[in-house]
Design a protein around this ligand. Sequence first.
Ligand code: C5P
Length: 418
Amino acid sequence: MAAPQPAAPHPAGGRTVLLIVCGGIAAYKTLELIRLLTAGGVRVRTVLTRAGAQFVTPLSLQALTGERVFSDLFSLTDESEMGHIVLSRSGDLLVVCPATADIMARMVTGQADDLASTVLLATDKPVMIAPAMNVRMWEHPATQANLATLTARGVAVVGPEAGLMACNETGPGRLAEPARIAEAIFGHFAAGVRSPSLAGRHALVTAGPTHEPIDPVRYLANRSSGRQGYEIAAALAAHGARVTLVSGPVDIPPPPGVELRAVETAIQMQDACQDALPCDIAVCTAAVADWRVAQTSGHKMKKAPGAPPPVLTLVPNPDILAQLSLPGPARPALVVGFAAETDDVEQHAGTKRLDKGCDWIVANDVRPETGIMGGTENEITLITADGAERWPRQDKESVARHLARRIAAFFSPDRSVP
Ligand code: C5P
């Protein structure tokens, strides 16, 4: 079978990906990834580990890529055709897919006992990993520490996604869909050409309302849908960032490839944000309740005939945005807050930016006649140290895409927006 031909010219066309296929049930999805990449004009060379060969055959990889498959560190044939050092530098990007807990650990410790690990150690090219493993393995502190080390070294991470896995457990650990991995790869290649990338960056996004308990069945809440924050999390992930989404209770599913930390109260949201540090970017869209009930009741509060209604004493909640903005070594390089205003939007939002200590404020006019609150569209003013910028009215997904582009530009060497 011949390798599929490019469907249309693509900015990634002419680039080469060295795809390292490791052992995992998700390895079969790399076949679809190869199809998408070659259709986009990308040349794909593969390294297949011994464990990977238990899940996909060299023949299928060879058929889809139209290239020979490399698998053995000590193969005379391989070495005579292309030495492993040359191979490690032969692609424009190395992609490990699926990246098992094992290969991540071996990348961290710099082992070189097979072709895949040797190539990863010897390369001078950018590396992207698409992890896939059991949820407990993914959540294990060892894997999370390895992930943090790899991210800090500039390795880009795509996924994993949450959902039901082959092992019948549910949670984060499922390989990102091939289309999402292909998008991240195309995004990486396009970065040098058109738009900047956030590969290797960690973004923290807060979203949704918080629920502040009164008793076991009652709580204080607000009408935030979480939609804008979820769109921003998705847009940052599409730029290649690793995204932790700390969300209060909402009715929408988490975007694929984003790590969700579901919380209820402001205190839990604060704790989850602290746990997610360090990060490069924090975007606080959550409608955090300003107050919580000082003394929650451990049992359902009852009406008693003739008794006066209970009096709720409220105490202020922590300001998560202000805390994340505090100067210090753990401060994200870019902290973005949101401000819903009903009058003098620019002036109030400008003051809020200084009060909270954040870098940017995304301000919107939420007067009822704008229809923005709870709606699908948004009309925002971006307030930075350089001044206020009014954006035309657009849907929330489009706001998210533009904001993600601005954030990516902030991290690009010349900070220019393409
Ligand atoms: O103070 P105000 O609620 O107007 O500020 C809005 C901004 O501050 C939003 O970015 C929101 O996510 C953040 N915020 C927070 N913690 C709070 C209150 C607001 O992070 N307790």
